[in-house]
Design a protein around this ligand. Structure first.
Ligand SMILES: Cc1ncc(COP(=O)(O)O)c(C=O)c1O
Length: 392
């Protein structure tokens, strides 16, 4: 490390190396000479210049997610939404048409409904569980289709392979947001997606202490367009967030197995309880897309369970208050179980009729299952259900 007047100490020499990735919060990187800087900008020498353009902690994390997804050259961004925006705003322009899944994450839906049309990009929503519904929306100017593999909060399973084949045939880019499913269950690039997106904020970082995203494209030129746009728009990730996410990622496969096993147990437990009118979990035979889930998720589930109780809002209030062993908070993928009530949070902007059309009632809850001992978890849900029954 260069020693300057201001920082004469630099780093002590060491013949050994740290086993943990060093945290490098530096915003700027000093070069030796203008010629050396030229070499970096012209790609003849490796190195960083300014952190908005890229920094070591983001690159270390990006390479790890690349490896999980079986891709290369991905980029870490400051949030999942900035990864979505890098795709939609970085690759599409006025006159293009974009198709989105009709149950995308709320902010992605908002971008489709408000922001893209404001910029002259037409949008249409389609049901990603039905490839014919997607095919019916395609136009000659359709540039891109954006879907999620498992929808939030109703846990419907998209026909990823069918839509990938359709997009390939029609020369349309397919972008898949793999946040819910994670690469341990599904690798969208292997199924034909051109672009894969993550909110690392959720399962991959896993501790509810960072907000980050990641995006990669198979085509290097498309990736470069997204990268340049993301750098210009300032979608940069914080080095400390990247460092924390890298640490979280080291236990991801263990967390994935445990949360999935807990989720399966919780789903089966809830399904037998008085007052529970519906349980949605991909590996259950009563799931509306059970056959597709079996193939696509290779027999595995996910960490999310959705369920409905009788008794409307009064029962929902009683349930949330009594199930106090889990956090009533609208996020997912944390080490601790979180409970969300879409009618009062993620889907509150919809009318009751709009919510009913996608199966979300006042008694509908979504659970992101964590790592707790499963018996304690089931006991908390039983306490909630008892209270809900008494409230009706
Ligand atoms: C499927 C999906 N995509 C994208 C996002 C946005 O991620 P972030 O909150 O990191 O911006 C979320 C957030 O919940 C999500 O669930």
């Amino acid at each position: 490390m260069k020693r300057t007047i201001m920082r004469p100490g630099g780093l002590p020499d060491s013949a050994s190396t740290p086993v943990v990735t060093p945290l490098m919060p530096s915003v700027v990187y000093a070069s030796d000479t203008p010629d050396a800087l030229d070499a970096q900008y012209e790609g003849r020498a490796e190195g960083y210049t300014y952190a908005r353009e890229g920094h070591p902690n983001a690159d270390v994390l990006a390479r790890r997610i690349d490896a999980l997804e079986g891709m290369s050259g991905g980029m870490v961004t400051g949030s999942g939404m900035s990864a979505v925006a890098a795709v939609l705003l970085g690759l599409c322009g006025a006159g293009d048409h974009v198709v989105g899944g009709n149950q995308l994450y709320g902010r992605s839906l908002r971008m489709m409904a408000e922001d893209l049309p404001r910029l002259g990009i037409a949008t249409t929503l389609a049901d990603p569980t039905d490839v014919a519904s997607v095919a019916a929306t395609l136009r000659p100017e359709t540039r891109l289709v954006l879907i999620e593999v498992v929808s939030n909060p109703t846990l419907r399973i998209a026909d990823v392979e069918g839509i990938a084949a359709l997009c390939q045939e029609r020369g349309v880019l397919l972008a898949v947001d793999n946040t819910f499913t994670t690469p341990l269950a599904v690798q969208p690039a292997a199924l034909g997606a051109d672009i894969v997106i993550h909110s690392l904020t959720k399962l991959l970082a896993g501790h509810s202490d960072v907000t980050l995203g990641w995006v990669a494209a198979k085509d290097a030129a498309l990736m470069e367009r997204m990268r340049v746009f993301a750098v210009t728009a300032g979608f940069t990730a914080s080095p400390f967030d990247c460092w924390l996410a890298e640490r979280g990622l080291m236990s991801f496969d263990l967390r994935f197995e445990r949360t999935q096993a807990n989720a399966q147990r919780l789903a089966d437990h809830l399904a037998g309880q008085a007052g529970v009118t519906r349980v949605l979990y991909p590996t259950r035979p009563d799931h509306p897309d059970a056959a597709r889930a079996q193939g696509l998720l290779r027999g595995r589930g996910c960490n999310m369970v959705s369920f409905e109780i009788a008794g409307g809002r009064p029962a929902a209030n009683a349930f949330a208050a009594a199930a106090d062993g889990v956090a009533f908070a609208p996020t997912l993928g944390d080490v601790g179980t979180t409970l969300s009530h879409p009618a009062s949070s993620s889907h509150r902007a919809l009318t009751p009729e709009g919510r009913a059309a996608i199966g979300i009632s006042e008694g509908f809850f979504r659970v992101s299952v964590g790592l707790e001992p499963v018996d304690a978890l089931l006991a908390t849900f039983d306490a909630g259900l008892n209270a809900a029954r008494q409230a009706t």
